[in-house]
Design a protein around this ligand. Structure first.
Ligand code: F6P
Length: 361
């Protein structure tokens, strides 16, 4: 017998970030209060869809979670129904099984909160008949079509505060401080935190650096009496003609490369070339933790409410986006496939140059 109430599913895929709980809360509250729907939370992202693990979500379950980091549904940055390891570790396409589980859950729509990897998978599932809507999140802010993603602002605050703290100790000890921030193949987090934190040199994946130029800036500052320097390096930054530093390969992940190590490389080279003492701080997963900023809470709430409305209207295959302060929708197809990188003519690059920031070129 057909249920009287409609049922909506929510999953959080990929790496976590602050603001996911705020998004889940907004979707669930809107579904319950505005549309009298039932809410199902799928556990651990697409892994829950593959393994048929889910839980009912009540109004009480999402009460009091607005300010909590992480995701109470769990996430997986490996799970992919199109490439799922069998018991021998061989990657198999189990997407039909995921679709069957989705159907067995009797969902009228599914909201996938995720970054590029998750939304790519979501788009492929949509083409297989899964009625879904995407919500953009990632601390990397590298999703096309949207001005902001859930999590970026909170990570930006963490990284900026870290740069502020490194400034004082750099000054006391007359050192070069290299701070490695996340962002994968896009330099948004390094660019924005570097500018907000007053970094002297900002290194981005999009602008391969020349180590000699980096050292020239450091030495020039030293000679002019500024006996410390702050270098903000995106984990994906690389020297001209060189490669990104890969820390680890996670074979069964949607993006197998785990970047990391450029900070150490830079500090060693700077110390060797300039003769000045250099230290490195790798911010790592601190950037993904902690409470969401007010901006991220707002963004997640606005995205969540609008995504729920799209499901209620049956407007599937879309992603909610922020455009010039307004929440809009775009076809999921347009949002995935390629990422949003920092353009060389980006106004923020110009602003950084105007205040004397070097990009190591
Ligand atoms: O995409 C988000 C992100 O935090 C990147 O900035 C980083 O490169 C990557 O995920 C780290 O992934 P993991 O949590 O698997 O180490």
């Amino acid at each position: 017998m057909r249920r009287s109430k409609k049922r909506i599913g929510i999953l959080t895929g990929g790496g976590d970030c602050p603001g996911l709980n705020a998004g889940i809360r907004a979707i669930a509250k809107t579904a319950i209060l505005d549309y009298d729907m039932e809410v199902i939370g799928i556990k651990d992202g697409f892994l829950g869809l593959i393994e048929n693990r889910f839980l009912p979500v009540s109004y009480e379950d999402v009460s009091g979670i607005l300010n909590l980091g992480g995701t109470f549904l769990g996430a997986s940055n490996k799970a992919n129904p199109f490439r799922h390891p069998d018991f021998k570790g061989r990657l198999r396409d189990v997407s039909d099984m995921a679709v069957e589980n989705y159907q067995a859950m009797e969902l009228d729509g599914l909201i996938c909160i995720g970054g590029d990897g998750t939304l790519n998978i979501a788009y492929k599932l949509f083409k297989k008949g899964v009625r879904l809507v995407g919500v953009p999140k990632t601390i990397d802010n590298d999703l096309r079509q949207t001005d902001a993603t859930i999590g970026f602002d909170s990570a930006l605050i963490t990284a900026t505060q870290a740069i502020d703290k490194l400034h004082t100790t750099a000054q006391s000890h007359h050192r070069v401080m290299v701070i490695e921030v996340m962002g994968r193949y896009a330099g948004w987090l390094a660019l924005y935190s570097g500018l907000a934190g007053g970094g002297d040199i900002i290194l981005l994946p999009e602008i391969p650096y020349d180590i000699k130029k980096v050292c020239e800036v450091v030495l020039k500052r030293n000679q002019s009496g500024k006996r410390f320097s702050i270098v903000v390096a995106s984990e994906g930054s690389r020297p001209k003609g060189g490669k990104m530093v890969v820390k680890k390969i996670v074979k069964d992940s949607t993006d197998p490369l785990r970047l990391g190590g450029i900070g150490n490389k830079l500090a060693n080279e700077i110390e060797k070339i300039t003769g000045l003492e250099a230290r490195v701080t790798v911010l790592g997963h601190l950037q993904r933790g902690g409470e969401p900023s007010p901006f991220d809470r707002m963004l997640a709430t606005r995205f969540g409410v609008d995504a729920c409305e799209l499901i209620a209207k049956g407007d599937f295959g879309k992603m909610v986006v922020l455009k010039a302060g307004q929440i809009k929708k775009v076809d999921l197809k347009k949002a995935v496939g390629d990422i949003k990188r920092v353009g060389l003519s980006d106004p923020v690059i110009k602003v950084a140059r105007s205040v004397g920031t070097s990009f190591g070129i």
